[in-house]
Write a protein that binds this ligand. Structure first.
Ligand SMILES: [Mg+2]
Length: 124
């Protein structure tokens, strides 16, 4: 099964997302902020990333920009999942390189649908 990196500084949110993903048998790896996410990305074979925006050390935008600058990771699908729902924040997310922008709390069905689409598109 595809392996998904879940990046959020809230352990409650990470658990919530991972529970949703496990129901569909996705494998998961957790990271607590952007710095941790880059380490986990280097250590694991990751197929998709779900990233929060507001995090200590390195936030979601910095993380996505850093990932997109690395030729190894330019094609990895990234879902930004955040409480920040303004048009300006969405624009910044897409400019950084997010493929999908979801606002918390996003319905599990929507999260799974978006992930399925991104992973499906990648296989074609
Ligand atoms: Mg946060």
């Amino acid at each position: 099964m595809p392996r998904i990196l879940v990046v959020d500084d809230s352990s409650t949110v990470r658990k919530l997302i991972i529970n949703i993903l496990k129901k569909e048998d996705y494998e998961t790896v957790e990271a607590v902020d952007g710095v941790d996410a880059l380490e986990k990305l280097a250590q694991n074979d990751i197929d998709l990333i779900i990233a929060d925006l507001n995090m200590p050390r390195m936030n979601g935008l910095e993380l996505i920009r850093t990932i997109r600058q690395d030729p190894l990771y330019t094609d990895i699908p990234i879902v930004m999942l955040t409480t920040e729902g303004s048009d300006e924040d969405k624009k910044r997310g897409f400019e950084a390189g997010a493929n999908v922008y979801l606002v918390k709390p996003a319905p599990p069905s929507l999260i799974l649908y978006k992930i399925g689409s991104l992973l499906g598109a990648k296989d074609q």
